[in-house]
Ligand binder design. Structure first.
Ligand SMILES: [Zn+2]
Length: 358
């Protein structure tokens, strides 16, 4: 209901000319789009913000071309942003994680529209051949049509049966299984756990594994992407960048060990896993030779935006065309700035609270 009202308001704003006004006001800013994975079967119904249908991606690229949003390589865009020489409404495409679907589904559209993109790759699953464990577990519960699951044979220290029609009990069970797998199992044991879970839930795990809907790109697929002109950059090895400096830097180092031989050059751009970062990490990143880092905070970047906290727009299947348009035209960004400005006048709210995404 609230979303319908929002969409109606955006349509009215467009009719009265606010889109064109906001485009003019924000034209010097750099738009960075963020994608994750693309849909083979029904994944966008499972996680709409994470999986985009290939035809939606094609529509987005068509929109950017037809409405004159020039798409630039990340590095070039950042240099021009610094020099205040960016073409009007410049846009960068980034894709996080390194899913197989980038290679299999998205690459053909990047080629078709001749647009550059940066893919931030988390390298742990590269060449391991298994689906991302936690996604596979969550998807199998989502996919199951059963009303309860027997736990005795799973080997996760639980017994009896649990109703998976009770969303609270189901969520608790899902995270118990994920934590067990991630802390007590190696890769073959996690695969075995997934097979057992699939059997208990009446979901074909082998199909999930074979279709690679939650699989990552292999080294050879990453090399093909690089050969096709796609920019590969850093996203840590195990998709974590904690506040413990030695662990965070080891993640960066392990990620570089996998990716730099494929890229054939030092990699200097980074994306925080899950967008989680703190300002104290900036010095670590600079010392490690990182020039830019992207977050998941929404917004349009200006020449004064911290290069190690670049803001992006997370596109997804749950973003309607008018919402995408409002974001690219800068209207949503202006509304966010107005809201943030107003919040500064509310007693008890710090400046940081006011800037945090809603
Ligand atoms: Zn990620």
């Amino acid at each position: 209901m609230r979303n319908n009202l929002r969409i109606l308001v955006l349509h009215v704003a467009k009719v009265v000319g606010l889109f064109h006004l906001s485009r003019r006001l924000t034209r010097s800013g750099l738009r960075i789009l963020c994608y994750h994975a693309f849909e083979f079967e029904d994944e966008s119904s499972f996680r709409a913000r994470m999986f985009l249908r290939p035809q939606t991606f094609a529509k987005r690229l068509e929109f950017l071309r037809d409405r004159n949003f020039p798409i630039l390589p990340l590095e070039q865009a950042l240099i021009l942003l610094e020099q205040r020489k960016l073409p009007s409404c410049s846009t960068v495409i980034t894709i996080d994680d390194g899913f197989f679907s980038v290679y299999q589904l998205a690459l053909r559209f990047l080629k078709l529209f001749s647009v550059p993109a940066t893919v931030y790759v988390a390298s742990y699953y590269c060449d391991r051949g298994n689906p991302v464990f936690r996604l596979a577990v969550q998807y199998m519960f989502w996919k199951s049509r059963l009303s309860e699951i027997a736990l005795d044979d799973l080997g996760v220290g639980l017994t009896g049966k649990v109703s998976i029609r009770d969303s609270v009990a189901e969520e608790k069970l899902i995270w118990t299984i994920i934590q067990h797998g991630e802390t007590h199992c190696d890769e073959p044991q996690r695969r075995r756990l997934c097979e057992l879970l699939g059997r208990q839930l009446g979901v074909d795990y082998d199909h999930i594994a074979n279709t690679r809907i939650f699989g990552m790109m292999t080294s050879s697929e990453i090399s093909d992407l690089i050969a096709a002109g796609v920019d590969i950059q850093l996203h840590t090895h195990r998709h974590r960048f904690p506040e413990e400096q030695s662990v965070a830097l080891k993640e960066l180092e392990d990620n570089r060990t996998v990716l730099e031989p494929l890229a054939g050059k030092p990699l200097r751009h980074f994306c925080y896993p899950s967008g989680i970062f703190s300002e104290k990490q900036f010095d670590w990143l600079r010392a490690a030779g990182i020039d830019s880092a992207t977050t998941c905070q929404p917004g349009i970047n200006s020449s004064s935006t911290e290069k190690l906290a670049l803001v992006r727009f997370l596109d997804g299947e749950d973003i309607s065309e008018i919402e995408f348009e409002a974001e690219l035209y800068g209207l949503t960004e202006l509304l966010r700035r107005i809201r943030a400005g107003l919040r500064q006048f509310i007693p008890g709210r710090s400046r940081r609270d006011a800037r945090s995404p809603s």
